[in-house]
Design a protein around this ligand. Sequence first.
Ligand SMILES: *Cc1c(COP(=O)(O)O)cnc(C)c1O
Length: 234
Amino acid sequence: MPIKNFPVFEKRVYLSSPTMHGEEQQYVQEAFDTNWVAPLGKNVDEFEKTVATYVGVQEAAALTAGTAALHLAVKLAGVRPGDIVLCSDLTFAATVNPVSYEGGIQVFIDSERDTWNMDPQALEVAFEKYDGKKYPKPKAVIVANLYGTPAKLDEIRAICDAHDTILIEDAAESLGATYKGQQTGTFGTWNAVSFNGNKIITTSGGGMFLSDDVEAVKKGTILGNAGTGTISLL
Ligand SMILES: *Cc1c(COP(=O)(O)O)cnc(C)c1O
């Protein structure tokens, strides 16, 4: 039932509707012809290599979603029930949901005015509070680049390094954006991009885990392939 007096918009402006560029159908056909519809195959291998080379990381693992890539990062960071993870506060819920999947506790770091992303000063204040004395030290920091705009990634990285804490970069919305000449999705120890329908490029649904830590990516591929939907709870 339509809601009474609710305005009807005749001309919708769709958020990030996909555009096709000519070769997509050919690749789909190729996957059918070579019977690499499952489990992975040449197209996915090439896609991983192309993204890794493009952003400048050693390894990439394609997963079912950006959320799965973030979940993997949280698992690899060793987040256990009750652990503190410092997180961006202005972002899509998937940035922080994986912390809950592992029983961790999100501590939200406020945003700054210029990028709307995590404020490095506020992050520093949080590290002063969570210093391992009265409050436990954080297990990780998750920073998101909202609407494709990078956070102050080098400052945030430096703060994490100074406190010997793992940085996870949620670059789900910022594939192709650079910060001081460096691609986003490369600043964290572990990084996530998304290929969901509303992202920079889409596979309809999907995501990728990016890292220079080749061993972690191998482990991630095993975890990621062992489950469906999101990564398995091995
Ligand atoms: C879309 C998005 C995700 C999750 O990606 P999915 O592929 O939808 O799971 C995570 N973080 C941010 C900031 C996003 O915009």
